[in-house]
Design a protein around this ligand. Sequence first.
Ligand code: SF4
Length: 703
Amino acid sequence: ATRPGRVPREVATHCPYCALQCGMILRADDDRVTVLPRQFPTNRGGLCQKGWTAAELLDHPDRLTTPLLRDAATGELRPASWDAALDRIVAGIRAVQDSAGPDAVAVFGGGGLTNEKAYALGKFARIGLRTRHIDYNGRFCMSSAAAAGMRAFGIDRGLPFPLSDLGRADTLLLVGANPAETMPPLVRWLTEQRQAGGRLIVVDPRVTATARQADLHLQPLPGTDLAVANALLHIALTEGWVDQAYVAGRTTGFEAVRRSVAAWWPARAEQLSGVPVADLEATARALGTGGRVIILTARGAEQHAKGVDTVTAYVNLALALGLPGRDGSGYGCLTGQGNGQGGREHGQKADQLPGYRRIDDPAAREHVAGVWGVPADELPGPGVPAYQLLDSLGTLHGPRALLVFGSNPVVSAPRAARIERRLRDLDLLVVADLLLSETAALADVVLPTAQWAEEDGTMTNLEGRVLRRRALRPPPPGVRTDLAIISDLAARLATDDSAAADAAARFPADPSTVFAELRRASAGGAADYAGISWDRIDTADGVHWPCPSEDGPDTPRLFADRFATPDGRARFHPVDHRPAAEEVCATYPLHFTTGRVLAQYQSGTQTRRVAALRRAAPEAFVELHPDLAARLGIDDGDPVLVTSRRGELRAPARLSAGIRPDTVFAPFHWAGAARANSVTNDAVDPISGMPEFKVCAVRVEKA
Ligand code: SF4
């Protein structure tokens, strides 16, 4: 209860979790912080259970409030001063770089970091540590869609149109997306779409909460979405539904795609995917004759060793039907992490500089080096994608030290036991986090960081809409912001007092100063923030990039007149089905796939500690079809052992007729014996570096 006479403090901000970035009010009464709904264009006052309970972590007893240092004698993590922790880090960095060069240190970031932090981290890696080794967990999230978007449209923005367009679509095709569990407030758009007479078609190997609402559900074998897309385009061609004028006027490369899908007659796709010809034909008809049509992909299509090609197949379909750039139609990707979009624009990716510039582009290097005040030839070259980086740690030629900000690869990386071993082999592991994640528990130094309600910054949601996160209160004593940590480290790495002062100025801890520099660094790039000020964000419901001028408009819709390629045309790319990296066999006869549940988020570091969420989703489970369970002698609730060539997972069985009898599913939010990523395959997409989280071969038995 609020004490009489006290004036509560409120800020309008956004949820700390997913890419929908729902608007919310945070209200401080006495010692309690409450979440209240806020009208915002994406969530229109709605929040999911995760958003409603987000404030619980602010004063959670598990919260880290002092640095921890691993005691050399006992091997245990012990509380330490900031001076001792930062000195240990600097000494460790110097030791490995003196013996093995600048690339002996690596940085691993996260898709939940604000734009300012993502920017500062990329800059710190390149000119503070002088290493080429930086990448982030977004590589495991939507990197395949990003790469497919870049090669087709010349730009990567999750949704190139406002989310509200979903409610106006006559036909909406969701491929490997389950927003009813991952982004529940978004479902209101789907409901409105169907109430207005629109059709919802879902492609997913499971009857998810979203699939249950669909007019038509295609349930392909995991790893065959590409074949489904090619068959849909085959049918559209045969039936004359391809928009020939659009293809001729706005695209290049269609002839090769036309030839490549000629072999994907529907019966062949049915044989491979299990999707009946009649359903393929009904889907193609709805897309080809459906007025306003939107095709969306998410992790189900993207997290494959052929993820880029799979997304490309759906982009090809969208282009052939003339959708991108047409009012109320288009192709988009439902980005996952809170700043999954902004996190991939400002330089924490191995191959990128701010503004979504390529790090191997001489002009981009000149521009960014100019903003950073260093010669361009001092910028390191490209690093390697996340899994490759993690898998090289502690090896003969790999980095010997790793700094992790806002990520938990011990739970989220594929083939996780191997990555855990790599982390243990390091000379120095530093983790900055608000809680002792499974990765932090392995660290030599743990740095306690501020939470979302304790610092200002910006996030970029799944629509490319740049938003303000606002601080309600300062961090508690003993806790620092990520920007302050980067600033402190940069200063301590300097060789003398004057260089330390320069470094502190070069890496400011104030987020508004960082954002001002980010705007200059991004100017002229694909993700151009030059015209976006915090004040401008405040006066509108966010600002969509690209926005090159403060006086000019922002860009809620892309592609109306041209694509972001040199000639303004979108590019078709012929793509063909190829088997999963690991196919089922006599020893491992079942397909294994992973995903999320409503009440948990990512590696669960935060949501597994929230009481209401723990009650709603207390433990992992293995979902399997009753027919399969009967064959294996497994009853609902029985402990089950799932084994792949890489490891095993133990969790209770959950029987569901909504999964294919040849496939088992487990959520990836849990650690220890229930860690789904102990089982997953570390085969990666050759273009995006995306691991194949969505399919591998396993056997299942009663534990
Ligand atoms: Fe937060 Fe996403 Fe839930 Fe909205 S849908 S409240 S952004 S977790």
